[in-house]
Write a protein that binds this ligand. Sequence first.
Ligand code: GAP
Length: 522
Amino acid sequence: MTQEELFKKLIAHCKEYGYIFPSSEIYDGLGAVYDYGQNGVELKNNIKRYWWEAMVKLHENIVGIDSAIFMHPKIWEASGHVGAFNDPLIDNKDSKKRYRADVLIEDYMAKIEEKIEKETSKGQKKFGEAFDPAQFRATNPNVLRLVEKIDTVKQRMKEALNSGDLDALRNLIIDCEIACPISGTRNWTEVRQFNLMFSTQMGSVSSDTNQIYLRPETAQGIFVNFLNVQKTGRMKIPFGIAQIGKAFRNEIVARQFIFRMREFEQMEMQFFVRPGEETKWYDYWKNARMNWHRSLGFGNEKYRFHDHEKLAHYAKAAADVEFNFPFGFKEVEGIHSRSDFDLGNHQKFSGKKIQYFDPDTGENYVPYVVETSIGVDRMVLLVLSASYSEETVTKENGETDERVVLRIPPMLAPVKFAVLPLVKKDGMPEKAREIMNMLKFEYNSQYDEKDTIGKRYRRQDAIGTPFCITIDKQTLDDNTVTIRHRDSMQQERVAVAALAQTLDKLVNMKYALQNLNPEKYK
Ligand code: GAP
């Protein structure tokens, strides 16, 4: 199965099992807007909790807020979003399709990268165990030519984006002979800038003066509350403010399911530091955030850092944490060194002094900021795509069976336990209800007595329930149950008296949080 086929299956699975639905589906949907179903919302909430607790609970110097989506329109002038939050767009005159110019070029480079991969795997086949991929890439003339091509294109794109030279961007598309994927022609328009913010009117009268924006990032709600939090929380620098909330962007190239949406959710943290200490904290947060990602156990090789080719208008340094999605390595989180750009500008635009008196140095200054910014929806997609697995299993009688299983880390799984009476008689449902009632105050659990036990296991595998607790005849004799492990499909027998403690060890988020140990990155 190709990665593309796998991704299509995952999207269908998300709909079939109550994870993610297209928004307004009965009206044929709304582009790049999605709704979370009964399982999706639980997964999303668990991801948010793991982030919030890793940030706010584990760091004594980080607190959280929840600021409004609507903000004073001047905020978006001060933040630079009115002037510079743009994407470079280009249209194909034949298909009438619109593209992001930089994305067309990135896709072109990705295709060259694929060619390099193909050459490398050919070499692997030819030379077998003696093959050294690094040496091959450094010496094979074909590969060297392709690498040079990528480097040249990357450099030209970087220069064009950083200088805002839209003609240079178009020339690059022409020189690379990039064709429209729909029409196959190279009949391109000029490249134009397009602002990504949604705007609306506040109040009953429509005029330019009451135009407001739906926030394109949650960060500005943190910046404008810097003084409120610092003073009321008696916070001493360095300290952070965290927030989880919706953000809105009128994305032109909205694709890859919930990877790029027009309405999405962010988890952002602004860390305020003494000027001159930003590099130290930038490195700290890069390590701490990568560690958080890796703690989910999907494999360290699935993650990498990518330094930005083009820095956002506010950033002095920026790196992405990228994950190997079914459509390749893509950004899931950004770590940005934002200097005093935001607080300095809000000071200028609002006319209010936004400074910190440092008792250790006796100085007043505008703090510098290191930001961590991660998309909740992208994390949901990351977890689902890393967890989706189609497997052939051999049953006890030797027959084989197919199963689709979501190997979601237990602490993030929407349903932690399914409580299953083996049959619907002999007092088993009553005993199962008793266990269900004991568990439901701690964990999201599901009671199911319909169909054969095998079918019920498959249903739970498909939604990613990590443990099934089965009540059988022996339960009624000796008050023990079986716990069936989703991933290994192994079963163990446990006394009901020890059940709560056993289950806690299997699913409680606190153990993962204990292992994070953020102190070690200082
Ligand atoms: N405050 C900085 C900021 O917003 P960003 O790189 O534009 O930086 C941060 O966005 C994160 O938000 C991204 O790494 C991504 O996970 C998520 N994100 C951005 N645009 C998105 C979109 N259209 N749909 C889903 N997630 C998005």
